[in-house]
Design a protein around this ligand. Sequence first.
Ligand code: 1GP
Length: 252
Amino acid sequence: MKTYNYLQDIIAKKGAAYLILIDPDKLSTDKISKFAKHCEDSGVDGFLIGGSLLLNGNIDETIDSIKSSCSIPVIIFPGGVDQISSKADALLYISLISGRNADQLIGKHVIAAPLIKKYGIEPISTGYLLIESGKTTTAEYISNSKPIPRNKPEIAASTALAAEYMGMKLIYLEAGSGADLPVPNEMIKMVSQYCSLPIVVGGGIRDPKTAFEKVRSGAKVIVTGNFFENESNWGKIEEFADAVHINELKEI
Ligand code: 1GP
């Protein structure tokens, strides 16, 4: 089954999907396979791999380590064309539609397209919106684009609707990894009223209750990254998964 259909299936059955972002710079490859197995056993639906800025981490090795211990899909979340790997199941084909940086809107995509075809990876066309979240995030700095102000949900909603009309398949509301503040619930609500695409929400989500509120507001995929880079937090993964899977709600 294609990864996009798999995500749609999870959303239909569980109410929302839970993905964990692995930044290859932050976890050593030997820890990654242990972590991946633990995630699968705890109810995580898949992984995103990548980062706005990669120093030492190796995407191919990271994916190999994940796949050696579990079978949930691995989706590339590319910070750049150099992060495309033939080993992944799919790739978020991200256009940074909150900004007006031509390279992030279409330039990098032109360079990536033949590589994606050659590797036979499934591209998932994604309208990516950076949302103001307190201090400047790496994503904002590296992409050289302005985030949408937190108190302007109408801009986010109109942008998401434009993405839907352009034929994109996912909307990603991104506060940025390690954000002080996650994407506001009001903004998620308004985007989901205007746009019928599945909405991914990530950045600054550090507890199951916040994840639950984002799903209640209309998010269909929740992404967390930073929080589980600390091994002492791994015991909480199941609580996050339970909070996101709103159709199977247990006590949170
Ligand atoms: C994915 O950038 C996020 O959208 C991950 O954010 O690292 O803050 O969880 P955190």
